[in-house]
Design a protein around this ligand. Structure first.
Ligand SMILES: Cc1ncc(COP(=O)(O)O)c(C=O)c1O
Length: 393
């Protein structure tokens, strides 16, 4: 059975984990894997999460099965955080999933069931897993214009005109905030234009909201989702709590569908549950329980929001400090885009060969497409990183 199996192509992000771990150089810098780190370089367990785990340990009565949709109370709590008051609740169904990636895969499976001939349009640079997940579900994908590597921003007009080429009923994958890997995100006025285009052309948004709270704030980062909820008949939405609760390995996310009517939403829910059932039967509970406990307790919820706010502020501060250090070293403003970008990531503009040199010569790990995790820097690493980067030129 396995004699002819060739090695699978390595994942360009995950393969860095092992390389970094095995690198003996003391000054090595990991800007590859996309996790938040604090000033000491640790990925902390948030205070409210710790407390929720304590309460869970003391109060949990059973570990019996919950069902393919997971915990409805978790889904309800996340619906509040994501949609605020903007949700047409009766038209929305939700299932808990193993992380945002699980939500993306379940929703891709749903599209394959209900609209197998739809093309899913993805940004011309996007998270590496998007195309793979869609292909795995048997869906066709095409790129729309998104990123301008010269101006380091979004090419909004070109994006809109490429989406005008989509057929009615096609699906458009959009990063709800904090675009990964570019960091270049849409402003609210841009979202308004995208929304009107989706409405006019009969396109269905498939929003990936993996970093809510890391851009401009918890509510601010939900602008697009809430706008679509008010203006559009349908939406697919994958959310993650792995990042905004710092519970990466607990695999906690939610797949939402907004349908045209409550009856349609109920019908869709049955298919989402089947997609989950055949893939993994039921999602893991621990992370969802943490989120449910935190969001259900006003004091814990407030503490979580404040810690998340300070994480976001720290990333923004690192962006300013990094841009300033690069300006001082290069005598130019060409890295000022770092301050305009949002979320953990930016493309720093190095080729795969240069990314390889950064690793080999300086022990600086960036993804081969030039993505850096700004949130992976400590203040003390800014100067060595800037020195390594500018030594490439
Ligand atoms: C854009 C995007 N979507 C979804 C995910 C999935 O996150 P998780 O499955 O850890 O919740 C990630 C993780 O890196 C991401 O960057």
């Amino acid at each position: 059975m396995f004699e002819t199996v060739e090695p699978a192509p390595p994942d360009k992000i995950l393969s860095l984990i092992g390389l970094f771990r095995d690198d003996p150089r003391p000054g090595k810098i990991d800007l590859g894997i996309g996790v938040y780190r604090d000033a000491q370089g640790r990925t902390p367990i948030m205070r409210a999460v710790r407390e929720a785990e304590r309460r869970l340990y003391d109060s949990e009565q059973t570990k019996s099965y919950l069902g393919p949709g997971g915990d409805p109370a978790y889904c309800e709590a996340v619906t509040d955080v994501v949609f605020g008051n903007a949700s047409p609740r009766e038209r929305i169904c939700a299932v808990q999933t193993p992380g945002g990636a699980g939500a993306l895969r379940i929703l891709a499976g749903l599209i394959a069931r209900v609209r197998p001939d739809a093309t899913v349009w993805i940004p011309d640079v996007t998270w590496v897993n998007h195309a793979s997940i869609l292909a795995d579900a048997g869906l066709a994908s095409r790129e729309y214009v998104y990123y301008d590597p010269v101006a380091n921003g979004v090419r909004l007009d070109a994006m809109l005109s490429s989406l005008r080429g989509a057929a009615p009923g096609d699906v458009v994958l959009l990063h709800g905030c904090c675009h990964n890997p570019t960091g270049a995100s849409l402003a609210n006025a841009d979202w308004d234009e995208v929304c009107e285009l989706l409405l006019a052309r009969g396109l269905v948004p498939f929003v990936d909201l993996a970093y809510q709270g890391f851009g401009d704030g918890l509510d601010e980062d939900a602008y697009a989702v809430r706008l679509f909820a008010q203006r559009l008949p349908e939406m697919l939405l994958a959310t993650s709590n792995c990042k905004n609760f710092g519970i990466y390995r607990e695999r906690t996310g939610c797949a939402f569908v907004m349908a045209g009517t409550g009856t349609q939403a109920a019908n869709v829910l049955g298919h989402l549950l089947t997609c989950a059932r055949v893939a993994y039967s039921m999602p893991p509970d621990h992370g969802a329980s943490i989120v449910r406990i935190v969001l259900g307790d006003p004091a814990l919820r407030a503490d979580w929001r404040s810690e998340l706010d300070s994480m976001r502020t720290r990333i923004a501060g690192l962006r300013v400090a990094l841009a300033a250090a690069l300006a001082a070293r290069t005598g130019s403003d060409r890295y000022d885009f770092l301050v305009r970008h949002r979320g953990m990531f930016s493309l720093i503009g190095v080729t795969p060969a240069q990314a390889e040199r950064l690793r080999g010569e300086h022990g600086v790990y960036v993804v081969s497409d030039g993505r850096i995790n700004v949130a992976g820097l400590t203040e003390a690493q800014i100067e060595p990183f800037v020195a390594a980067l500018t030594a490439l030129r």
